[in-house]
Ligand binder design. Structure first.
Ligand code: FAD
Length: 370
């Protein structure tokens, strides 16, 4: 006999927690089911911890809208909830004349997306602001920031629990089915149980497609394909030679090996991009891989000394498109998309998912009202 609950959120990453927070605060009974023994151990703790301004994303896309709205909301939230963050700013740089067109493309897209605080910089201004960076031009995005992702998740969790929500760890959703009374989900772990839910939010990151497939009644045609792309980060030994985040103009459909600085002042370079066929966080510490990083970084930071890079960590992008295909938008499917009342599935919540998390929470809660 399944126990009855109002809402189950599958996945205790930053997005699942943000949605659960929003639902709990709107008066719903919420349980977050997290497969691992701790929350946020996958993509939510293996990223750049950057609050993106919303520059790059296609016009009218969910990525553009939710990043722009989410970023402002996140700054306010961090201030009100004492989540460690810093409005550090970032410069996007053209390393040579051939990249100036790319810079202009970003500027135009940023304007369309509502980012109206970008400031164009010539080489002399950039040399003053970032003396170690070699480039011909760039622009400053003052509203890009950095954030403590773990602290943010703790704050979301605290809000949710303060409004009666609960987090169940080591509680993997293993199967389920759709009934006339609601959605039944079967939870494994030490004490297996079944829950009959009015609402189920599938926010299982790169496992979301597998979770959907395990719930009988969700149409297969609504589930996008699953792909993974790994990104590596190297850390820089010694003091930070930069004052802001530094992003080269991207040469591919990802943002290129850029500079992030964490809240402790540690400089990190990455992430790179490689398609992989299964979840494996192992770091490729081959000489060839390391040399590719030195090469990419020295285009804009020629002062990088041999031996200064240390292997850091990896993260895996939850992709829903394969090699050579255009990058799709976030996919957030409600009953109107797949026909299952009370079910919301989130797929392909890659970057800027952290920045967008509060806005995604609101979007999902709103879509359930509809
Ligand atoms: C390399 C990299 C860099 C990034 N940098 C940034 C950045 O700087 N700024 C930014 O805004 N965004 C960034 N992102 C994107 C951001 O990290 C993600 O959008 C966000 O963390 C996704 O959160 P999530 O909760 O959807 O997924 P996850 O954090 O992956 O959470 C999903 C959870 O679901 C759980 N789960 C899986 N299966 C089940 C199951 N069957 N039952 C129960 N639980 C289950 C998992 O254990 C996991 O905890 C980056 C992503 C990557 C990969």
């Amino acid at each position: 006999m399944a126990e009855k609950i109002d809402c189950a959120v599958i996945g205790g990453g930053v997005v699942g927690l943000a949605i659960a927070r929003e639902l709990a605060m709107s008066g719903r009974e919420v349980v977050v089911l997290e497969a691992e023994a701790h929350f946020g151990t996958h993509t939510s703790s293996r990223n750049s911890e950057v609050m993106h301004a919303g520059i790059y994303y296609s016009t009218g896309s969910l990525k553009a809208k939710l990043c722009f709205a989410g970023r402002s909301a996140l700054y306010r939230y961090c201030e009100e909830h004492a989540v460690n963050h810093r409005r550090i700013g970032k410069v996007i740089v053209a390393c040579d004349e051939s990249e100036l067109a790319g810079l202009e493309k970003y500027r135009k897209q940023a304007e369309i997306n509502g980012c109206d605080d970008l400031r164009l910089l010539d080489a002399a201004e950039l040399a003053q602001m970032e003396p170690e960076v070699k480039c011909v031009a760039g622009f400053l995005s003052p509203s890009t920031g950095i954030i403590d992702a773990h602290g943010l998740m703790l704050a979301y969790l605290g809000d949710m629990e303060a409004h009666g929500g609960a987090l169940a760890l080591a509680s993997p959703v293993v199967s389920g089915h759709v009934t006339d009374e609601g959605i039944v989900i079967d939870v494994g772990g030490a004490e297996p149980m079944s829950l009959l839910c009015n609402t189920v939010i599938n926010s299982a990151g790169f496992s979301a497609q597998a979770v959907s497939r395990s719930i009988a009644g969700i149409p297969e045609a609504s589930i996008p394909p699953t792909y993974y792309a790994i990104g590596h980060y190297y850390t820089l030994s010694g003091a930070a030679p930069f004052n802001r985040l530094i992003y080269p103009v991207a040469r591919q459909d990802w943002l290129g090996v850029h500079v992030t600085i964490d809240l402790g002042g540690q400089v990190k370079f990455g992430p790179d991009f490689a398609w992989i066929d299964r979840i494996d966080y192992r770091f490729d510490d081959s000489i060839e891989h390391e040399q590719a990083f030195y090469h990419a970084i020295r285009r804009y930071y020629p002062g990088l000394k041999d031996g200064a890079l240390q292997p850091g960590y990896t993260g895996i992008r939850p992709k829903i498109h394969g090699p050579g295909e255009p990058a799709p938008d976030f996919v957030i499917q409600g009953p109107r998309d797949h026909g299952v009342p009370g079910m919301v599935n989130l797929y392909g919540i890659e970057s800027p998912g952290l920045t967008s998390s509060l806005a995604i929470g609101e979007y999902v809660a709103e879509s359930l009202k509809g």
